[in-house]
Design a protein around this ligand. Sequence first.
Ligand code: SAM
Length: 329
Amino acid sequence: MSEEAAFVQITYDELARLGQSDLCCSPAEIYREDELAALPEEVLRLSSGCGHPVDGAAISEGETVVDIGSGAGADCFLAARRTGPGGRVVGVDPSPRMRALAERHRDEADLPWVSFAAGDAAALPLPDGSADVVISNCVLTLASDAGAAWREIARVLRPGGRFVVSDVIGGDPDAPVASGSVAKARCETGLSWPEYRAVLRECGLRSLRILRVGPAAFRDGFRARSVTVAGNRSPGGVASIVLHDPAHAASAGALAGEVESACGRLGLRYDGHVQSRDSTWGRQLLELFEGDGDLVLVLDAAVALTARSAALTGLGPDIERAVREAGGA
Ligand SMILES: C[S@@+](CC[C@H](N)C(=O)[O-])C[C@H]1O[C@@H](n2cnc3c(N)ncnc32)[C@H](O)[C@@H]1O
């Protein structure tokens, strides 16, 4: 471990021992009233986030969520309310005292589907493709190698899985440039947004959306700039629509917008085609995926979804769920 990484670890271990953080934002500036009321006081005193990644992650029941740099566990506990006991929440943090404290509160709140693992953002103790959602709150700026940390996010996400990360960014021309181990441990340093975006794209992360950019007002008066960014691990898939019955072209055309936005959320690309079965290309695809439906949504020639004509117009809202169930994303 580098000297800087050791310094960062000791800093957060010491904050956990003191039971109070003076870094990053006060939770009152981040969480809603009902969320504040649901979190233990000690967890709130140590909460040191700069955004609300759980809010933007649209976590559903049964999903597996990974929180990188989970600290005292505030975001893990909020995520656990959304996954329910059928899901799983894994907080990863290098500080043993932070983990012990978070585990104590997990037990007191009786959330056995939440676990805390020792680990570093650049070497997550998780298998490939094991997470539906990765969140992180004011942590990645602490990593010694931002590229390695983001490659790990891409690795542990399942294809099409999503992330929402709140982090401190640099490059503000009006702010003094901070450097050194103390500034690093205090989350005062960060990549500029163009550098940040380039790192994400290099890791195969797509559909990048900035959910929020704003000031992060530290409890001790320091002001940083934070960004909350969301995106998907791309499965590299391409979706097309093929019609069995040309009479349904208008319905399928009306569906194209919904297919496109569902694909965007899943990290797929919709190629814009509504092909008739009479076209050479449509025939070839239908030979691969002959079914008794009237519409075939083909994902990268690997997965086909069929829908009967009666269901054509009702398919839109279900596309995302159907694609997930079919294993396409
Ligand atoms: C600013 S706190 C944020 C904690 C928590 N996410 C929250 O919102 O309250 C940073 C946390 O990241 C952890 N951390 C520090 N370096 C890390 C690294 N390289 N990888 C993962 N976590 C790290 C610290 O131990 C600490 O718990």
